[in-house]
Design a protein around this ligand. Sequence first.
Ligand code: HEC
Ligand code: HEC
Ligand code: HEC
Ligand code: HEC
Ligand code: HEC
Ligand code: HEC
Ligand code: HEC
Ligand code: HEC
Length: 296
Amino acid sequence: MNLAALIAASLVVPGQGAQTTRASMRVIVEAQGTVALQPGGQCSSAFGFAHCKVDLAPGVNLMTLVRGGAPEPLTLLRQVTTSQQVPGVDQAGFGVASVHRPEVEQVCAKCHPMDEAKGRAPGDSMLGTECTRCHADVSFRPRQHGPVAQGACLMCHDAASTPQRYAVRWPIQETCFRCHQDIQGQMLRKAYRHGPAAAGRCTTCHDPHGSDNEFWLKKPVFDLCTNCHTEKADGRHVLVGFVYGDTHPLRGRDHPLKPAPFYCSSCHNPHAAQSRFLWQFDATEREQLCETCHRK
Ligand code: HEC
Ligand code: HEC
Ligand code: HEC
Ligand code: HEC
Ligand code: HEC
Ligand code: HEC
Ligand code: HEC
Ligand code: HEC
């Protein structure tokens, strides 16, 4: 067996023990015949290579990869983005055992064009390339964030990053602030900042490629907020006194001031505000907040 064949035979992308913050991962191996990844992997084989995709539960996922009848253990680790920086995972949540390293891309390049970013400017469209075909799950969502709809992947992903290509160009919040200077201004000017936004973790709440929710949120607002503020999930909040009952509606109504639904962020600014309770409308007093919607 020659060296190249030896390397190819042991190829497992991603590597053993790979870490990711994503909910699914592709596993690509060289193998003749059928390949299985258990539990839950979906594999298809073509020309001596198997492409599998598997959904990951948070934490350690112990898998078994079967090729040519021989079972091998494969451990994949899914981390949670909101936690502290995890060793082995960079600031954008990408594991170090990435596909976009020269030694791996070289193998993919036998069948896939891997150099499509070459010679392109950041704003150029990647639509119609293998880049967006391999990444159809982020490139063609029904509702897309502006620059993604334009195919401008390289606006945020750096084709020249090392050791892996396509790292996010700047720390995430800086990447967002390149275009959303209004939010940057608010974060700088206002007296109080919301924990996760102040930590620069914009993608804890927003999906950078788009989603079915407003503002490209990862979940509908109520679910997003109560994911961390679990005690608010019972809907008992903002006590308004015995005359009116003991709680304020928190969703499922219309916003009284604009054509939008009413939810947590109708009263709270998710980024920054002038009060410690992060009230909208720059309110610093409770009454000021109430009266903005409930005019006398
Ligand atoms: C021997 C040829 C071959 C090699 C080598 C190969 N692929 Fe593929 N790949 C294919 C074929 C064939 C398809 C199916 C194309 C289609 O359906 O349009 C495919 C499809 C894909 C897809 C899209 C389908 C999916 O699973 O979502 C991805 C992503 C992909 N390959 C990644 C890779 C990566 C990463 C490597 C290198 C580690 C690689 N491939 C190496 C032949 C290959
Ligand atoms: C042959 C298919 C293929 C092509 C072409 C391809 N990628 Fe990937 N890319 C992958 C696979 C597989 C992964 C691993 C993530 C996964 O499991 O889905 C990946 C990972 C990534 C990641 C996550 C970071 C990382 O390194 O894990 C980014 C960002 C990315 N690709 C951007 C791009 C961009 C931008 C292009 C085009 C200029 C491109 N890719 C071309 C298959 C491909
Ligand atoms: C507005 C900036 C932006 C644009 C434009 C963009 N991305 Fe991303 N992308 C990100 C950020 C930020 C992350 C890291 C997400 C995280 O850490 O939560 C990411 C993550 C990824 C990943 C890792 C998988 C995942 O779902 O997290 C892939 C693959 C990817 N991008 C591919 C692409 C492709 C292909 C395009 C073009 C069609 C593109 N991106 C356009 C900002 C962008
Ligand atoms: C290259 C410029 C660019 C970058 C970088 C960028 N955005 Fe955007 N963003 C836009 C444009 C243009 C729009 C308006 C079109 C649209 O709604 O998608 C937009 C819209 C949005 C919206 C919806 C605004 C609304 O009023 O509906 C959100 C939320 C958003 N971006 C968040 C982010 C986050 C989070 C990041 C960083 C991961 C980011 N953006 C990075 C250009 C950018
Ligand atoms: C805790 C969750 C959370 C975090 C973290 C977060 N956002 Fe938001 N963001 C939201 C919600 C919720 C909305 C919708 C606000 C509303 O209902 O008006 C929003 C709205 C937006 C909008 C569109 C509306 C506007 O005010 O212009 C942009 C752009 C945006 N966010 C960018 C960012 C950027 C950039 C970061 C990182 C610094 C960030 N967000 C961090 C939850 C979050
Ligand atoms: C990723 C977890 C996370 C998410 C999601 C999140 N928050 Fe927070 N929130 C925090 C943390 C951490 C703090 C800071 C806690 C502290 O300092 O007491 C905080 C603080 C707050 C505060 C100020 C609390 C105080 O006692 O001063 C309000 C109000 C708030 N969040 C509302 C929201 C709303 C509304 C949403 C949804 C748009 C949301 N949060 C989503 C983690 C989160
Ligand atoms: C009608 C306006 C309004 C809505 C809607 C609203 N809040 Fe509040 N929130 C307030 C006010 C006012 C306070 C100040 C404390 C108080 O009066 O109860 C507050 C305080 C908070 C605090 C900090 C103090 C505490 O009680 O822990 C958090 C966290 C919070 N809200 C989260 C949420 C979440 C999550 C939602 C959606 C499920 C939400 N809020 C919906 C008005 C609102
Ligand atoms: C962002 C707008 C907004 C703010 C700010 C707001 N409310 Fe409301 N309020 C609503 C909406 C929407 C309803 C539901 C009205 C309906 O169903 O017709 C409501 C209903 C009420 C009700 C009737 C309760 C019920 O069960 O129907 C009371 C009382 C009330 N609010 C008091 C307050 C108080 C006190 C504050 C300040 C702490 C406040 N509101 C802040 C939008 C707001």
